[in-house]
Design a binder for this molecule. Structure first.
Ligand code: NAD
Ligand code: MN
Length: 502
């Protein structure tokens, strides 16, 4: 095996630990195919993006690391209350003087321009996302970034057609948007694209472990000549997020993240005139009936829980499999899991990258140990994990009951709980037995059964014979503790217009 001499590759070289194969010592031994990081122009330190320019923050700068290597990537400014205030004021000015009064057909031109630049700079965005987040380059390149561009194109198309959307044409004003680390750029797109299309201006706070692609997006706004103040990016952790959502100058709060923080935000804005949308966690059931095409279902199960290391709010973390085929499905699932490649996220062959942070790894470990203690049986394929960085092998638990915490709580990692059922009624009852209600999957060859079951599942999104499909034209959002409001599609406009209800 010859390796390219790129420094980023050397740092990862020991990390590409796939499953042991009979070819290990042969000329066909695994050869990593790392993406080059040369396309990314990493700076030592990053400021805040306020009123169209990068400014120094007045808080205490923090370091963002590469979770696959634990190496620092850059120093990032922390926005203090005063910095947040300056960003909200800039957004207010831009809303009143430029963006609010601008015709929708003009706003559309900026959004189309941003979408095109995202496509042009897609490789740079994908590599930077993978470096800062730990997700496989195959996913950032083929899923995240293309969906980001698609979202901007889609909402660009709405900007001059709002009168046909059903929620009026009057924007809310300044939107405060706080997003998590699992899909840094995609969550940014879900928040910013509809807000701008409707004529609002925004102040967005990315997560503290993944701020870099939001700052690159700020550069893209400059490149697109977006008027100053229309988009502002403030970096920092929970305190910065709180200062932003509690600022009296914001008209709308949009949050994606944990149920706990979401509840706090709902309390903080109660009694104000601020509108709020919350996209919180999930504990989706992936239901496999005995007539399902099993190989396809196994692919869907794997995609449902191991995509993005399971850091997905709509992950299919509860497998409900019909008892008659449970043994066969589990056999094939285990065989498939043995082929998953865990390691260097920049390697184009990697299936599972790094866990995003030490804190998230600790949460996954802790809840998995609860699974052991509750008597569920843990299984993982043999896989060698890199020494540096944060890693968790793909894992499944069998013998899980509905009372187990691993069946009730969001693990937000590559951990699948397997339960069985006998009848469709039992499957529906178990699937709905959760405080969440974001998504679900149904696998069956019978269209009528899919429709019958889907109708009775209390979940915002139900996938049939597929999982984790995202499309900007389709609304996404949940019931109960999964939050409220919809993102995507015509429904997504409601959250940013006076005539909408969310
Ligand atoms: P979190 O809710 O703490 O963080 C999400 C975002 O909110 C980050 O930008 C964070 O800085 C900000 N934030 C934190 N406290 C805030 C506050 N008081 N006011 C305003 N903003 C605040 O999530 P986490 O700690 O990164 O993850 C914890 C758990 O949350 C995970 O294990 C997972 O179960 C869940 N989670 C869900 C999603 C999702 O997409 N629904 C995303 C991330 C995490
Ligand atoms: Mn990081």
């Amino acid at each position: 095996m010859t390796s390219t001499a790129h420094p980023a590759h050397q740092a990862h070289a020991t990390g590409s630990a796939g499953p042991a194969t009979p070819f290990a010592e042969s000329p066909f031994a695994y050869a990593p195919a790392p993406e080059s990081t040369a396309v990314v122009d990493l700076r030592d330190s990053y400021g805040l993006f306020v009123d169209g320019t990068f400014v120094a923050g007045t808080g205490t700068p923090f370091t963002t690391i590469n979770p696959a290597t634990e190496e620092p990537l850059a120093q990032v400014a922390e926005a203090s209350d005063a910095d947040v205030d300056a960003a909200v004021r800039a957004a207010r000015r831009a809303f009143e003087q430029v963006w609010g009064p601008m015709p929708g057909s003009e706003r559309a031109k900026y959004l189309f321009r941003i979408a095109r630049i995202i496509q042009e700079r897609s490789r740079e965005l994908a590599v930077l996302e993978t470096l800062d987040n730990g997700k496989p380059i195959r996913e950032s390149r083929d899923v995240d970034v293309p969906t980001v561009a698609a979202h901007f194109f889609y909402y660009a198309g709405w900007a001059d057609k709002l009168e046909h959307g059903g929620h009026g044409t009057t924007p809310l004003g300044v939107a405060a948007q706080v997003i998590p680390w699992n899909f840094p750029l995609l969550m940014l797109a879900w928040k910013i694209a509809p807000a701008l299309a409707c004529g609002n201006t925004v102040v967005l706070k990315p997560a503290e472990t993944t701020p870099l692609t939001a700052l690159l997006f700020a550069e893209i706004c400059q490149q697109a000549d977006l008027p100053p103040g229309v988009v502002n990016i403030v970096t920092g952790a929970g305190a910065t997020g709180r200062a932003l959502v509690e600022h009296p100058g914001v008209d709308k709060v949009a949050f994606t993240g944990s149920t706990e923080v979401g509840r706090g935000i709902a309390r903080a804005v109660a009694g104000t005139s601020k509108r709020v949308t919350l996209e919180l966690g999930g504990k989706a059931a992936n239901i496999v009936f005995d007539d399902a095409p099993i190989d396809q279902a196994v692919e869907g199960i794997v995609d449902g829980i191991f995509f993005n290391q399971g850091h997905v709010c709509c992950a299919g973390s509860r497998l409900l499999v019909q008892e008659t085929i449970a043994e066969e499905v589990l056999d094939r699932l285990k065989r498939r899991m043995e082929t998953l490649r865990v390691g260097d996220p920049l390697d184009k062959n990697t299936d599972l990258g790094a866990i995003n942070s030490a804190a998230q790894l600790a949460r996954i470990r802790e809840l998995s140990e609860v699974g052991d203690a509750e008597g569920a049986e843990r299984w993982s394929p043999a896989c060698e994990l890199p020494e540096r960085g944060f890693w968790f092998a793909p894992t499944l638990f069998t013998g899980v009951t509905q009372a187990h915490r691993i069946a009730r709580e969001e693990i937000f990692g590559p951990v699948l709980s397997v339960l069985t059922f006998r009848t469709p009624a039992e499957a529906i009852e178990k699937a709905n037995n959760t405080p969440y209600g974001l998504s679900a999957g149904v696998w069956s060859e019978k269209g009528s059964r899919i429709l019958e079951v889907a109708e009775r599942l209390r979940a915002g999104v139900v996938w049939a014979n597929t999982f984790n499909r995202f499309d900007p034209t389709s609304p996404f959002g949940g019931y109960q503790e999964s939050g409220y409001g919809r993102e995507g599609g015509r429904h997504g406009l409601a959250a940013y217009l006076q005539g909408g209800h969310a």
